[in-house]
Structures are given as C-alpha cells and as structure tokens.
Design a protein around this ligand. Structure first.
Ligand code: IPE
Ligand code: IPE
Ligand code: MG
Length: 238
C-alpha cells in the first residue's frame, strides 16, 4: 500500500458547537475554523499530499438562518482574499467543486479570482466543496451525459466508470484514500458519495477549530495501519 494518501478529503464539522462551548455565537466558530484550514493545507502540502478537498458549504447549508449563511459567504470572500498570497507562497492551487454559479456574486467572483491567481501552482491542489451536494453532482453528470448522447457525441454503450468520472466535478482528481470528519458525527452528509466508495474513514471527536497538524498526522498514521482489501482476501494482498 502507498504509505501516503494522494488525496485526503475532510468534512470540517463542529464550528458551531466549538463556539457554544465558549459562550460565543456560531459565527465565532466559523472564523476560528480558518486557522485549521490553513494548518491542514500547509501540512498536507509539506507532506507531499497532492490533493486536499474540504467540505466548506453544502447545498443543504442554505437552510441555516440567513444571518449565518451571509456570515459564511462573507468569511469565504475575506479568506480567499487574505490567503491567496500564502497559497502562492506554498505553491498550492485552488480549485472548487459544487454548483458554484449559485453562490452570491461576490463570493463567486472572489473564488474565480483566487483560482485564476493560483492556477500555475503545482505542489498541491486544494479543492473547496462549495454549494456542493454529491447527489446534485451525480444527477448533473447524468444530465450532461444525456445531452452528449442527444448531441451524438457519445453513445450509451460507451458509458463506463472511466467515462462517467469525467462528467463529475472531481474529473481528473484521484479518489480520496482517506476521509476525515471532525466533531464526532459519523455520517457522510452528501459528500463525495461516488468518490468515497473505497476510502478509509476516520472520525475524531475534536471540533474543527481545534484540529491541528498533529491531529492530521494522527489520522494519516491510523490510515497507514489499515488493510485496504478492495474486495480481496487478506492473503491475496501479501
Ligand atoms: C461546520 O461546522 C461548518 C459548516 C457546516 C459550514 P458546523 O457549523 O456544522 O458546526 P456544528 O456541527 O453545528 O457544531
Ligand atoms: C457537513 O456538515 C457540511 C460541511 C462541513 C460544510 P453539516 O454540519 O452541515 O452536516 P450535518 O447536517 O450535521 O449532517
Ligand atoms: Mg455541523
């Protein structure tokens, strides 16, 4: 087994509960989560991990109080503007998945700008899942395949996993070997349902703003002790 995952996906969860613990509004937790984003991105890049994908805002998160949604969207704009220099210094390329055109226009343009300004970086790709829903992504892929069939670009017999994957938002990105979720919740919450088919899952009770470099290392070490069998028997692997 490759000792280092090529791709780590994280569900950054527990900002609200972290803030509550300190008697502060939920938004305080989101603001403090940015440090954990910076630290995990830098640590992954230093380790030589090629892809880090962070769940930043789900399609379902629009159902939160308007005040919180607005705060998250403006935090996104501020963070993208503040971090672009650090991303370039660290040679990290920004990417995004999800139904991006439905983001508020300020967030969308800040995102596009940051993607543009970091597009030549090569050490690691940091993908933000924004207005992301895995079911939406899959349905959208099916829709686009349908359109390409109607346009005569492909025929249905050509559809296999390789072709299907090119229609997903994550086209070109290898599946995550490791998924980390913080805050003690043990669910996938509509994240990368197709891509996580054989990922190792790691759950920690830490709230996202408390997640540090050492905690990332702990998750990777745990992953390194797993036996990834992909349907085979243990004996077949040796
Ligand atoms: C994760 O923290 C951040 C987002 C979903 C945007 P939460 O805001 O979900 O925090 P909890 O789960 O309520 O503690
Ligand atoms: C998942 O967290 C989405 C993000 C981390 C952006 P949620 O806090 O929204 O998930 P549920 O509602 O607990 O499943
Ligand atoms: Mg949550």
């Amino acid at each position: 087994m490759d000792l280092l995952p090529q791709h780590i996906a994280i569900i950054m969860d527990g900002n609200g509960r972290w803030a509550k613990k300190y008697g502060k509004p939920r938004v305080f937790g989101h603001r403090n989560g940015v440090k954990a984003v910076r630290e995990s991105s830098e640590s992954c890049a230093e380790l030589g991990i090629k892809h880090l994908t962070l769940y930043a805002f789900s399609t379902e998160n629009w159902k939160r109080p308007k005040f919180e949604v607005n705060a998250l969207m403006s935090l996104l704009v501020d963070t993208l503007k503040n971090e672009v220099e650090t991303l370039n210094k660290n040679n990290i390329k920004l990417n995004a998945i999800g139904d991006l055109s439905k983001l508020p226009s300020k967030s969308y343009s800040a995102l596009l700008e940051c993607i543009e300004l970091t597009k030549n970086n090569t050490r690691m790709t940091l993908t933000l899942a924004l207005n992301y829903s895995s079911r939406w992504e899959i349905i959208n892929a099916v829709k686009n395949i349908g359109r390409d069939i109607e346009a005569g670009k492909i025929i249905s017999d050509q559809i296999d996993s390789e072709l299907f994957e090119t229609y997903l938002d994550t086209a070109g990105i290898p599946d995550p070997e490791l998924l980390i979720r913080t805050s003690g919740e043990k669910r996938i919450s509509n994240y990368l349902l197709y891509q996580l088919a054989y990922s190792e899952l790691y759950f920690t009770d830490l709230y996202w703003p408390d997640f540090r470099k050492e905690d990332l290392y702990k998750a990777i070490i745990d992953y390194q002790h797993r036996e990834r069998r992909f349907g085979k028997t243990s004996e077949q692997l040796t």
